[in-house]
Design a protein around this ligand. Structure first.
Ligand code: SAM
Length: 290
């Protein structure tokens, strides 16, 4: 594996400031546009170096759950997952198949939106209690945020379907939320990261949820795809950065989901955890199973 410093050295050697200035002069760009272009090229070069070393290995749903079907149609009100919005592939079926297979007692979701996913999870997992986080519009930060919502709209679907008594709604920015006030360590069976998709937010959200997840529990990260088209890139980069830190995150084939199954012996987001997880989550060809 390349260290963070080695990746950074390669990136800088490709674009020294002298060669950058020569390129700007040759193509007749203004310095402002030229430097913007260089920043973009540096970013793309860093990403392609990262991708060569930390691309997420594929994992199929069949391999994960020994199942591929979507037996019943989901609640569709305000649904925010492909194929109902954005993409033509199916992200709802695999999510609900995993949930049905796991039958979690405790679920955490970052990014409630209108509460469609919570409603569907409550329906297919009758014993689940769901903790779900969404910032109120005025407290929300980040770029790839999908919605800016007020209190009445956050979670309205699960309330409409009568699931409110199984849901703890947390109105908070994920950067500042203290999930430890609601949940004990190693108590969560399934976590879904689907709030702000900016790279640093996804990394923050992963490190906040990972210590709460039990060994064998699952974290799913949405809008993560190797094409890295548009909004799919920043979460994919976050997952590659997490892989570089030793977390064996994989891409669920044919979907916009990434998956991490917590191994035994991995703890909170501190140095000790990193050391343990580097040992525990070695990148192997052996597919994890639920
Ligand atoms: C993609 S939507 C979630 C969709 C939802 N999981 C569903 O299936 O219906 C993302 C949500 O995250 C919320 N959000 C964005 N940035 C946030 C942040 N920094 N903290 C908390 N919530 C945030 C947005 O308000 C939006 O409702």
């Amino acid at each position: 594996m390349l260290s963070e410093a080695a990746v950074s050295d390669r990136r800088h050697s490709m674009f020294s400031s002298d060669s950058a200035l020569r390129v700007i002069a040759r193509v007749g760009l203004t310095p402002r546009r030229g430097f913007r272009l260089i920043r973009r090229l540096r970013h793309d070069a860093a990403v392609s170096v990262m991708k060569r070393h930390y691309e997420l290995p594929p994992l199929t749903l069949e391999c994960l759950t020994s199942s591929s079907g979507t037996p019943e149609s989901p609640i569709l009100d305000d649904i925010c997952l492909p194929p109902h919005v954005a993409g033509e592939h199916d992200d709802v079926g695999p999510l609900l198949t995993i949930a049905r297979h796991l039958q979690p007692a405790v679920v955490v979701e970052l990014g409630t939106a209108h509460g469609n996913t919570v409603a569907n999870l409550c329906r297919v997992c009758p014993s689940a209690r769901v903790y779900t986080v969404n910032a109120l519009g005025e407290e929300q930060t980040g770029a790839y945020v999908t919605y800016v919502l007020d209190r009445a709209d956050i979670g309205r679907v699960y309330r409409r379907y009568g699931f409110a008594d199984r849901v703890v709604q947390i109105y908070s920015n994920t950067l500042t939320v203290e999930l430890g006030r609601y949940l004990a360590r190693d108590s969560v069976d399934l976590a879904i990261i689907d709030a702000c998709h900016d790279t640093e937010y996804v990394i923050n959200d992963f490190h906040k949820t990972a210590p709460l997840v039990r060994a064998g529990g699952v974290i799913l990260l949405h809008d993560t795809h190797p094409s890295m088209r548009a909004h799919l890139g920043s979460s994919y980069i976050a997952c590659m950065k997490l892989r570089r830190r030793g977390f064996d995150i994989r891409h669920l084939t044919g979907t916009w989901w990434a998956v991490w199954i917590k191994p035994e012996g991995v703890d909170g987001p501190n140095r000790q955890m990193r050391r343990q997880s580097e040992k525990a989550c070695t990148i192997s060809d052996e597919a994890p199973r639920l």
